[in-house]
Design a protein around this ligand. Structure first.
Ligand SMILES: Cc1ncc(COP(=O)(O)O)c(C=O)c1O
Length: 404
């Protein structure tokens, strides 16, 4: 292999994903140059023990040296996370959303306990299926009743189920999440049964940070956690916030040498920077993400593209859901074949029927730009090659990813 192979591949990837194509995946986002600089910085070479690492009731001494600045960025990143999420505690150590989920689940459950979440069939996160996290941790998984027509939890049936089954843990949040949940009755049922209500905000963390969609901690969740790179424009990683001192302690007890060791300090520095950016323009960004999603829904529907929930304004998040039956009828294609065809026009979408507007918003796309994007999308959807138009559209936007 050529000694420059990986550098060449990196350049090709940067050109393809940052210059030539448009990303409509709801699971991804892009970061600022400052965040990227931190990700490739010296912090990524180093170890240190997280502050407040406890063993058998004692705080442990840090055995590493050369750690002064690393420890300072850990403390600062947690401070700015607390400010952004308005929480009493924040933990920036989880390496990903999935690891954040594991830490949160381990912190509140014991083997044999029940946990209840939204099923995969209803857009819930695969990791909460019995074969995955519950299997590793010896938990019994069950599912919250769901109203597919309104794409939200069936609160009446869900509160009954919580009262009957008394699961130790109830997790809200999902991979398909166009609308917020009615949390009040679920919180009351959890309080009555001594169940812990948690919120996996992986997909909507950038909206929550921007003060929209919903405020899980204020609405009754005792823990909020998730990925920091989907609607939130941070590095790939995870975050946990809570208002409860005991919960924070349980979370930290389950970090070092249980679920993580080195927490990748370049990621923590980069996350701190992204959180600072969120403090500055996260509110404006989040509102624009949702405005762009609603407008994209309207423009695509007007051009004959089948989307769900037109009657409800399509979405309250960064996600639009494609009507797969309608797609088959209108375009004679499965969503998998459709997503492969769209990629030929450099339009990146997933094969599970979601579109997302986080990354285009970060590029600087506003509602006025959406009709043109919808027309390019439709050309590609009709099987024409829209590659040149995609690139031309893309080139008009700023590569610095700082909203004007
Ligand atoms: C709802 C939800 N939770 C957790 C995860 C896992 O996140 P990560 O990829 O950061 O580990 C995902 C990933 O898509 C998700 O959709």
């Amino acid at each position: 292999m050529d000694k420059g192979y990986f550098i060449k591949q990196m350049r090709a990837q940067q050109r393809w994903r940052l210059e030539d194509s448009i990303n409509l995946l709801p699971s991804e986002n892009v970061t600022s140059p400052q965040v990227r600089a931190l990700l490739s910085s010296d912090f990524g070479h180093r170890y240190t023990l997280p502050v407040n690492t406890e063993y058998a009731g004692e705080f442990l001494e840090n055995g590493y040296r050369g750690t002064k600045i690393t420890t300072e960025i850990e403390i600062a990143a947690e401070k700015v996370a607390r400010e952004v999420f308005g929480s009493r505690h924040a933990c920036v150590q989880p390496l990903s959303g999935h690891i954040a989920a594991m830490i949160a689940i381990v912190a509140v459950t014991r083997r044999g306990d029940g946990m209840c979440s939204i099923s995969m069939e209803h857009g819930g996160y695969d990791g909460y299926g019995q074969a995955y996290i519950p299997d590793i941790l010896g938990l019994k998984a069950s599912h919250l009743p769901f109203d597919m027509n309104r794409h939200t939890i069936d609160t009446t049936r869900a509160t009954k189920l919580i009262r009957n089954k008394k699961p130790r843990l109830v997790i809200l949040g999902a991979s398909f999440i166009p609308f917020p949940y009615e949390m009040g009755p679920l919180r009351d049922a959890c309080e009555d049964t001594d169940s812990v209500l948690a919120y996996d905000g992986s997909h909507v963390l950038g909206l929550i940070a921007g003060g929209i969609f919903q405020s899980p901690l204020k609405e009754g969740a005792r823990i909020l956690y998730g990925s920091t790179h989907k609607s939130f424009f941070g590095p790939q990683g995870g975050l946990i916030v809570t208002d409860e001192d005991d919960m924070d302690r349980q979370i930290r007890k389950n970090l070092t040498w249980r679920i993580v060791d080195n927490v990748h300090w370049n990621r923590v520095g980069a996350l701190g920077q992204a959180l600072l950016e969120s403090k500055k323009f996260g509110g404006r960004y989040a509102k624009q993400v949702v405005r762009n999603a609603k407008r994209l829904g309207k423009e695509l529907t007007q051009r004959g593209f089948p989307l769900m929930f037109e009657e409800r304004g399509f979405t309250e998040s960064h996600q639009l859901l494609i009507d797969i039956k309608g797609l088959k009828k209108a375009f004679g294609m499965t969503i998998n074949d459709f997503s492969i065809m769209m990629e030929k026009s450099n339009l990146i979408i997933d094969s599970v029927a979601r579109l997302g507007t986080s990354e285009i918003t970060r590029m600087g796309v506003k509602e006025k730009d959406i009709p043109e994007l919808a027309s390019i999308f439709m050309e590609a959807a009709e099987g024409k090659n829209a590659r040149k138009k995609t690139k031309c559209f893309r080139e008009r936007f700023d590569m610095t990813y700082i909203l004007p």
